[in-house]
Write a protein that binds this ligand. Structure first.
Ligand code: FAD
Ligand code: FES
Length: 273
């Protein structure tokens, strides 16, 4: 790793977009940052508050973006930023997605669609067809609907909207809808990001059908560069070996993937369904 990637670069907020009542996209100048790959993440430093991992959700030549769901102190501070404010950005870190060809299924649950959006942009150049399952608890929490509709190819791609309560699109769980699609069509590859229980169910279905997946995972991160061990899953570190894991690795993580994560002190927390 280039050591300079480990110093925060101070960049200026250029644009802010409200995506939902609790989600904002924050665009900032790329400055001296290396151009990231879809699936990579940055450590975002909010001076005096915290430094937290965020996936890149927009990748431009001169501008990058993250999409932030307000859940606590650091994300609330990011939500209170204005255009012209400065933040510290370290990275990009992690491996990012590997592009495939053929027919692909993409499943994004909630804020999990954020790292998948730049991936979809890339896959438009390599695939025959893309099916996107865009899922949220309800219509108020659904994000990126217009953005994704606008980029998909009308002749070969499709978008399936799913909400738990049926307030937009199909009513149900993304994992059930994805399982049905996997039964009906022979996909070459599946990409997913979202609640880990959702991803585990889709992985199990994909295993039955022999379809390779890539899943973007989250674990508690402190250093972001493989030093502190706080983001461990099995023998792997999510910040360094992930955050994107393929089927071969997920098979080795069956006791943890979708089962439990660790808090900031390393104690296990079970995922609740
Ligand atoms: C690789 C990666 C990519 C991520 N990408 C996004 C994204 O694109 N958009 C988004 O909204 N969120 C993303 N997250 C989650 C985001 O980092 C947390 O929501 C954020 O750190 C919460 O901080 P807080 O102070 O607002 O909340 P807190 O009140 O401190 O915590 C709320 C919850 O957030 C999680 N969290 C807190 N601190 C961390 C940390 N240092 N590392 C990991 N998880 C933490 C914990 O599960 C905690 O229970 C990502 C996490 C990882 C690991
Ligand atoms: S966050 Fe420190 S090793 Fe991954």
């Amino acid at each position: 790793m280039v050591m300079s990637m480990n110093y925060p670069k101070i960049v200026e907020v250029r644009k802010i977009m409200k995506e939902a009542y609790d989600v904002k996209s924050i665009f900032f100048s790329r400055g001296g940052l290396e151009k990231p790959k879809a699936g990579q993440f940055f450590m975002i430093w909010i001076p005096g508050i915290d430094e937290v991992p965020m996936s890149v959700s927009f990748i431009g030549e001169n501008e990058l973006g993250i999409t932030v769901k307000k859940v606590g102190e650091a994300t609330a501070a990011l939500h209170s930023l204005s255009v012209g404010d400065k933040i510290g950005v370290r990275g990009p870190f992690g491996n990012g997605f590997t592009l495939s060809d053929g027919d692909v299924l993409i499943v994004g649950g909630g804020i999990g669609i954020a790292p998948l959006y730049p991936l979809i942009m890339d896959l438009l150049n390599t695939t025959d067809s893309i099916t996107v399952v865009l899922a949220a608890k309800n219509n108020k929490m659904l994000i990126f609907l217009d953005k994704i509709s606008n980029i998909l190819r009308s002749e070969c791609d499709s978008l399936v909207v799913v909400t738990d309560d049926g307030s937009a699109g199909l009513r149900g769980l993304a994992s059930d809808i994805a399982a049905k699609l996997i039964e009906e069509k022979s996909y070459d590859h599946i990409y997913m990001c979202g609640p880990e229980i959702m991803m585990r169910k889709i992985f199990n279905k994909a295993e039955e059908k022999g379809i390779e997946v890539q899943a973007c995972l989250e674990r508690y991160m402190k250093c972001g560069i493989g030093l502190c061990g706080s983001c461990c899953i099995g023998e792997y570190l999510v910040c360094k070996d992930g955050p994107v894991f393929n089927s071969e690795i997920l098979r080795k993580l069956k006791d943890e993937f979708g089962v439990f994560k660790r808090d900031s002190s390393g104690l296990p927390i079970e995922f609740s369904s």
